[in-house]
Design a protein around this ligand. Sequence first.
Ligand code: SF4
Ligand code: SF4
Length: 180
Amino acid sequence: MGEKKTKIVKTIKINADECNGCRACEVICSAFHATPKYSSNNPARSRIRVIRDPLRDMYVPVYAGEYTPAECMGRDKYVIDGKEYDECAFCRASCPSRDIFKEPDSGLPLKCDMCEGEDEPLCVKWCLVDALVYEEREEEVEEEEEQPDEMEIGLEALADKYGMDKIMETLARMSESKEG
Ligand code: SF4
Ligand code: SF4
């Protein structure tokens, strides 16, 4: 058994019944993650997306989760108020079968980082109807291996797409042109 340590688990409770589809959460998330910060906003770059069905007044915020290099084998179907939704509609993964949760220019995966460095996630702050509620709790967990950071996840996605040799070649070329 490994060492136990205390970990702060951050969660956002989604009250989909309260969501009015305003998309303020998408706007602030994409602006916060723009380079430089707040220089632009584009919901396609947001790490939260609101699945919308305005005719039924139904909106479901979905957070970007883990990157996966392969599509899953099975598919779920959701039936809500008698309407069937796309099998992948509410999935959190950045996966090869769809464009959601991918940086539109580079195709690199996007993942919610809980607005690292901020006291409270900005999508929660900007949601005026409390459809998103931030919660923290302490949990005792086994000492775990470090999780890959955003750059490692991005590199893994590039390696899956182009192959490791191509990436090494490109890096070598870039480094030469910077030095020269
Ligand atoms: S800001 Fe709140 S109400 Fe507006 S779309 Fe996002 S979750 Fe829904
Ligand atoms: S917590 Fe921050 S990074 Fe995550 S979806 Fe909300 S605004 Fe984006």
